[in-house]
Structures are given as C-alpha cells and as structure tokens.
Design a protein around this ligand. Structure first.
Ligand code: G3P
Length: 213
C-alpha cells in the first residue's frame, strides 16, 4: 500500500519524504501556503520522487487541457488533478492520449469512478471524509470501486482521499486500496500507541536497575 501526503506544505513534505510515496495538493491546500503555486509545485517535485498531484482550475475542456500541459511541464512526476465533470472527463481522455497522468478528483460515487477509469484516468480520488460528512459511507464507496476496477481490469489506481483519521487509513488497507493520501497530522498519529509509549518508559525504568559493569 502506498501512502501519499495530502499537503502543499514543503516543511511537512521534507520531514516525511523518507516515508511517503507521493504528494497530493488541491487549491485549498495551496492557498494556505501564501506562495505562488508554480514555485511551491517545483519545490515539492524536487523533494519527492513519486507522483505529485496538482489541480487545474479551469472548468472547460480546452482550458483544463491547456493548464494540464503547463503543469506537466513543471516536472516528470506531476500528475494533473481534474475534477469529475463531463468536460473534465473529455480532458482526461485527451490527456491520456498525450500520456499526461491524471488524477480525477471530487469523486463521490462508484459510477463516477467507473467513468473516470473508462476515460483513461491514471488515478481516481474518492473523497471518503466528505462522503461521511454528508451522511454517506465513504469507505463503502471505495469498497464498491475496487471490485469494479478488478472486474474489468482497469489500470486506474484508487487514491483514498479526504482522509480524516487513522480509522480511514486502516479501512483503506483492509480493503486493499492501493493508495491513501493522508494529511500530516493523521500520518503522524499512525506511529503512536499509548502502550508503545508506556512500554518504552517501563523498559527505560527497569534498565536503570541493571547493574553497571
Ligand atoms: O485530496 C483531497 C483532500 O485534500 C480533501 O480533503 O479534508 O478537504 O475533505 P478534505
């Protein structure tokens, strides 16, 4: 299972670059950085060898394709994030022919994921946290997408996105999702367990009782 970091913060990416397999950004995450996007994207691609998702903001097919080509020129590991709309899927289909890698974002149903795969998306990002927020079952949607992709042999990879807590990561792993993109705070939580900390404290205390040579 691959873990991506869902952030545009260069300090967070540098700290966890030894662990993560890629990075995903979106316009809201980029806005937090208060820096020009091209500068931030170039820096992230210099730190991470794996795929780095960067989102278009145009809504029409040709505008999306134009922006995608510009983003893809920044670095070979750039993946262009395209929203799940009809125009977006036309752009994904055209970009697939040019071998530009795409990540279809704002996916909330298995049927949307099916269309993204048929159009040649490299990745698809179901937003599990936002589905849960709306009273749905985010991981249930992932559980529907995975067998559909297997059934038809689609090469599109699922990135479990909008991850809010370690439980989402665990469920993604149990379902066999190939990738989860995880915010910094959630990824840091995966290291910890209260019994690990208590165990270390106990071992160190007992070590003091061992006679020194
Ligand atoms: O990558 C998409 C993800 O960042 C959205 O997360 O928490 O804004 O729903 P969230």
């Amino acid at each position: 299972m691959k873990l991506y970091l869902d952030t545009a913060n260069v300090a967070e990416i540098r700290e966890l670059s030894w662990l993560v397999d890629g990075v995903t950004t979106n316009p809201s995450l980029v806005a937090r950085e208060k820096r020009p996007f091209s500068e931030v994207l170039g820096e992230i691609c210099g730190i991470v060898r794996g795929p780095v998702s960067a989102e278009v903001v145009a809504l029409d097919r040709d505008g999306m394709i134009r922006e995608a080509r510009e983003l893809a020129r920044v670095a070979p590991n750039v993946v262009v994030k395209i929203p799940m709309t009809e125009a977006g899927m036309q752009a994904v289909q055209a970009l697939a022919r040019e071998e530009v890698h795409t990540n279809v974002t704002l996916v909330f149903s298995a049927n949307q994921a099916l269309l993204a795969a048929k159009c040649g998306a490299t990745y698809v990002s179901p937003f599990v946290g936002r589905i849960d927020d709306a009273g749905g079952d985010g991981m249930g949607v992932v559980a529907e997408i995975l067998p559909i992709y297997r059934h038809y042999g689609f090469p599109t990879e699922v990135i479990v996105a909008s991850v809010r807590h370690p439980g989402h990561v665990l469920q993604a792993a149990l379902l066999g999702a190939p990738i989860a993109t995880v915010p910094y705070e959630v990824l840091k939580k995966l290291f910890g367990h209260p019994l690990t900390e208590a165990g270390i404290a106990r071992f160190l205390k007992d070590w003091q009782k061992v006679p020194k040579a």
